[in-house]
Write a protein that binds this ligand. Structure first.
Ligand code: SF4
Ligand code: SF4
Length: 375
């Protein structure tokens, strides 16, 4: 039965699957609470101690659950690369190039659920979970032996590295549990050393407020000054700790067409365009992908910072337009910072005007600070 369920999972487009019981995870809640108490989850206000306790016992989600099928979809796809066109471009995290994985995984899990019911000849009570704080998908995947925890805290799946999106099916069905994998990172610490912000503060510990994935996607306000220069050209997420991992580099999975970027703007968008895009352009370009989570103003804010980092004097006009005319104060203030990074007479002239005239005090303060060279 277990082998047949895994075969069906593969036929439904779920690249990997493994089984664990629906038993509680005894040490997980304490571990998560320590993480919260240490401020490592600061900013993710919805991740409370109550949430941590709830997520440590799958029976809180489904009383009848007996087994959990941990599933993963490999999202590696062909990298189109940054075009060689002299346009300053940002980088979007690989998982967000193509379709929204929540929808994709849920659709494939629903298909699998139906197929399992046909296989066993009875209705099967099940929950389909993707990226929910109500269960810790990495803990499930590790206990099921789907993969093992890397020091960057992603799960590394043999043959695929960490380019795998995880989901779980809670089932009222007795399946044979798989053993956890006897693997670890050994003495490697490449991801700790290469993280641009030093967010991997210790093996298996990411300080969320320092992580660019958090800063570019989840954080709704101003990006802290000390993080901005470290953001480089990332405008949505960050893949550095995954890209440098030898296990992920060595993986040669089959590309899934669902994760190919629809256009270059879905992987390497022009920073100038991001700064001026309309809401309609944003929706049309990033519809059905994970990117709308950052919202148009978040993406434009990140583009301003990236232009401050990798732009040239040729980008000053677009930054001046943004600092004067962008409808979002958050974007105007980050454009002011970027102009301070670029410097030069026209940048200073624009900052001087904004420092006095902008209706929003945060923009005036950023312009003032940029002029006085304090940021
Ligand atoms: S996603 Fe980027 S910033 Fe976050 S831990 Fe990994 S390398 Fe560091
Ligand atoms: S880079 Fe090295 S330490 Fe980091 S997850 Fe990969 S193997 Fe582990």
């Amino acid at each position: 039965m277990t082998a047949a369920v895994k075969r069906l999972a593969a036929e439904c487009g779920l690249t990997v699957s493994a089984v664990t019981t629906a038993d509680a995870f005894p040490d997980l809640a304490d571990h998560l609470e320590q993480h919260i108490a240490a401020g490592r989850m600061a900013g993710l206000d919805w991740f409370t101690n109550e949430r941590a306790r709830f997520s440590a016992d799958p029976h809180n989600l489904q009383r009848s659950a007996v087994s959990i099928l941990s599933v993963g979809v490999a999202y590696w796809s062909i990298d189109p690369g940054k075009p060689d066109d002299d346009v300053p471009r940002g980088r979007i995290s690989r998982y967000a190039w193509g379709v929204d994985y929540h929808d994709l995984l849920k659709q494939r899990m629903r298909e699998l659920h139906r197929a399992v019911e046909e296989l066993v000849g009875r209705p099967v009570e099940a929950r389909h979970l993707v990226d929910t704080a109500r269960i810790v998908d990495r803990a499930v995947a590790a206990r099921a032996g789907l993969g093992w925890y890397g020091k960057h805290t992603c799960v590394i799946v043999p043959g695929h590295g960490s380019w795998v999106l995880l989901g779980e099916l809670l089932l009222d069905l007795e399946l044979e549990p798989d053993p956890p994998l006897a693997k670890d990172c050994g003495r490697c610490r490449i991801c700790l050393d290469r993280c641009p912000t030093g967010a991997i503060v210790a093996p298996y510990t990411v300080d969320t407020p320092r992580c660019l994935s958090y800063q570019t996607i989840e954080q709704r306000g101003a990006i802290p000054l000390e993080i901005r220069p470290l953001l480089g050209d990332w405008v949505y997420g960050c893949d550095v700790c995954q890209e440098v991992c030898p296990y992920t580099k060595a993986a040669r999975p089959e590309p899934d067409p669902a994760f190919l970027p629809r256009s270059i703007a879905n992987a390497y968008p022009s920073l100038r365009w991001l700064l001026s895009m309309t809401e309609n352009e944003f929706r049309a370009t990033y519809r059905d992908t994970p990117v709308p989570r950052a919202k148009r103003r978040g993406l434009a804010r990140n583009a301003a910072v990236a232009l401050g980092n990798i732009g040239t004097d040729d980008d000053i006009p677009v930054l001046v337009t943004a600092v004067n005319d962008h409808d979002e104060p958050l974007v105007r203030s980050h454009a002011a910072w970027a102009l301070g990074q670029r410097g030069g007479r026209s940048a200073r002239r624009a900052l001087d005007r904004v420092r006095i005239r902008d209706a929003d005090s945060s923009v005036r303060e950023e312009a003032e600070a940029a002029l006085s060279g304090t940021n």
